[in-house]
Design a protein around this ligand. Sequence first.
Ligand SMILES: [Zn+2]
Length: 226
Amino acid sequence: MSKIRLKARSLAGRKRLLLPLLFLTVALGSCSGGGGGGDDGGFSQADYSLLYQLNAIQLSGHTIRWASLPIRVTSSVEGTPADYNRWNTATGGAVSFSFGAGGSVTVGWSNSTAWCGVTSISWTSSGTFTSARVLIARNQSGCSGGASNTNTHEAGHVVGFLGHTSSGMMAPTGGPNITDAESRFVRLLYSLAPGTDITGNLRVREGNGKNTFDASGSRRYSMTIY
Ligand SMILES: [Zn+2]
């Protein structure tokens, strides 16, 4: 996870996700009818904004998620089912996991001391995750909550957090609890089909100008995040 170790380590080892510089552009949301309320199916504009910033921004405003549930996980890290199922519990079952051989998500140990955990995840240009590889550092000194918390944080990246929140489980320093905003992020993401354009639900659109979405799904993208 990106929980940065408190111990002094070489800067090179303290890898963090380098978010692309975001250019703020103002785009008027397509206000519907009587002036556009904040809610849509129980989700607020703030929920859509977070979903955009930490997920859909990677695909020109289209959501990225696993196409089907449960998400299949193959892990050699003990405790993984409990660590992952914290997301199941916190979201009222909006995401679910199965554990066994042949999963699209693999979780294993690493001897690295440069980070607490790391996730490499790939998706198609139509908004579907295809695979994820998670490594958890054996040495969890300086990582808040230890391996279990790190595993839950990385599971959040697997589910769809392609960035970090300001507080909660998906904060850069991680945990200890999944916040209500983080729960709503996941519930909103999995209430929408993969590749859903959410830009109409945004008041302010922060974009990098590149068009990365492609309904045919012919392109692949990936990210490594800690
Ligand atoms: Zn992280």
